[in-house]
Design a protein around this ligand. Structure first.
Ligand SMILES: Cc1ncc(C[n+]2csc(CCO)c2C)c(N)n1
Length: 217
């Protein structure tokens, strides 16, 4: 069993609640109301902003150029994706002005500032323990939907599913996981206990993020 498989196993049942959340089920079967998806997408814009800050912090927390390079590339791709995200929002009827005028939801504040705190108060490995559930989880959500044939014909959210099941995204998630496992490999049992805590907490935060979409909170 790999380090990440172990972290996933020990974070159950939260991990399964994240991957198979009601938001995911509705997204897959096309019954998710547009207003819920719009709210989620708009908050995700703020999420991605703070997530980018976390990778900038990862550069600062790096011990060598090799580590710095990994986070630099991750940051680059997220920054490139931001414009795509804005265009994607437009396709779902959200204009750029409302993205900028919205208030940040409590679930988004909690999750993103938690990730940043893991990096500020901890080291690079702890920071990555907080970002891996996001990276890897969305790849697993897409797998869950496609492998179980949960999506329906003419699903309005098919492009979202396709994006996360794409080869490029799956590879990026694997690369991040591999990088993270490299950081963990020489940790003591006690240090791994802390990593597990962070991984499980970030997983619980992902559940709240889906729920925020459903509750319009
Ligand atoms: C709440 C929330 N969690 C995870 C992701 C997925 N995600 C965001 S950035 C990134 C890495 C590079 O694309 C990944 C996988 C999301 N969008 N929103």
């Amino acid at each position: 069993m790999t380090i990440t498989q172990d972290l996933i196993k020990n974070s159950k049942p939260h991990w399964d609640n994240y991957i198979k959340h009601e938001f995911v089920q509705k997204l897959a079967n096309g019954t998710l109301e547009l207003k819920n998806f719009q709210h989620y997408l708009m908050q995700d814009y703020i999420y991605l902003f703070h997530y980018s800050r976390a990778f900038a912090l990862a550069m600062y927390k790096s011990d060598n150029f090799e580590q710095m390079e990994f986070s630099r590339q991750a940051l680059n791709s997220i920054l490139d994706e931001i414009q795509l995200h804005i265009n994607y929002c437009k396709e779902f009827g959200i204009d750029e002005k409302s993205i900028h005028e919205q208030k940040e939801s409590p679930a988004c504040v909690a999750y993103t500032r938690y990730v940043l705190d893991c990096g500020l108060s901890g080291d690079l490995t702890q920071l990555y323990a907080a970002v891996i559930p996001c990276f890897l989880g969305y790849a697993k959500v897409a797998d869950y939907i496609t492998l179980n044939n949960l999506s329906v014909a003419n699903n309005p959210y098919q492009s979202w599913i396709d994006m996360y099941s794409s080869k490029e995204y799956q590879e990026a998630a694997n690369d991040a996981t591999e990088f993270f496992e490299g950081l963990c490999k020489d940790l003591s049992k006690k240090q791994m206990g802390k990593i597990q805590d962070i991984f499980t907490t970030a997983t619980r935060m992902e559940i709240s993020f889906w729920q925020m979409g459903l509750d319009l909170s």
